[in-house]
Design a protein around this ligand. Sequence first.
Ligand code: FAD
Ligand code: MG
Length: 323
Amino acid sequence: MNNNKVNKLKIDFNALGTINQIEIFNSNDESALKKAVHRVYEIDDKMSVFNKDSEVSRINSSAGKSVQPVSSDTFYVVERAKYYSRLSKGAFNLLIRPLINLWGINTKDARVPEGYEIESTIKLINYEDIILNKEDLTIKLLNEKQCIDLGAIAKGYAADEVKRILLSNNISSALIDLGGNIYALGNKIDGGSWNIGVQDPLDIRGSSIGIIQIKNKSIVTSGNYERFFIKDGVRYHHIIDPRTGRPSSNGIISVTIISDYSMDGDGLSTCCYVMGLLEGYELINSIKGIDAIFITEDNKVYITPRIRDYFILIDNKYTLVNL
Ligand code: FAD
Ligand code: MG
């Protein structure tokens, strides 16, 4: 824990397969920070597919066999993930995991699968095969080899939970960054808005195409630039289009969602990435209180109308377009 000034505390920690940082201002309540970090570990323990003892892994290993009791946390996130799967007509798909495993993205076994392998794996990802029983908090996957993956939504839930814990400990000014899922809580110490950079998808981590000036909002980006492999000059990234079984390829290279809840931003950024510019924009437009920034491979930045009030483009290799 790093304490440069009396009224400011920061913690960096590894969880959710990524690097996280929580910074609180006008407070030196170390125990509140610890509670928040503990909560992130708890969510990781329950929802990770990388941990064979997690609740999600238990559901997956009993696929086609038995129902699994889960905590209200896991039930809620799976329920929302199914909601986003339906809302996006399957562009977001919480059963995507068998395809992720097939491609092996972010593992040493990454490879381009044969067409027949993709065709047979795609049969496993019907998200209506997840049976949720709210009465007794159980979940079942109907068929063997089916597999839930909350990688596109659970970081958002964790960010919302960190925010909730900080607020309940009377912390009213904080920056939460869970592997790029950002929540800007309250005002900066000087009373102004936060300046949050939007990652340049074509440049190194930390370089921004523009700045969002905001308070009490979540900012989440889905992009093709962090988890990928290159084979024969082609980049294969980690967001799979469930309709083709291949990395989503529709001209989009990044989508940023600005929302009140980070779980919505996380779910919707993945939805929009796969749906593409026009369909994605229509979806965002149909939901109150959500804004979006789409970056396309021809260096255009498309923004929803309200964003003009609080987004500044700072990189002149990009052109701003209103949708
Ligand atoms: P997002 O766009 O939000 O999500 C992309 C991810 O969602 C993909 O990596 C894939 O898993 C899944 N996905 C791909 N296509 C779709 C689709 N069409 N619909 C729905 N989902 C899709 N990574 C590790 O390497 N090691 C770990 O130990 C580890 N633990 C984790 C534990 C938890 C609880 C969570 C939530 C994630 C963990 N991760 C781990 C994964 C990682 O940190 C990121 O969450 C993930 O790679 C993608 O997040 P993103 O924000 O970049 O992209
Ligand atoms: Mg997401």
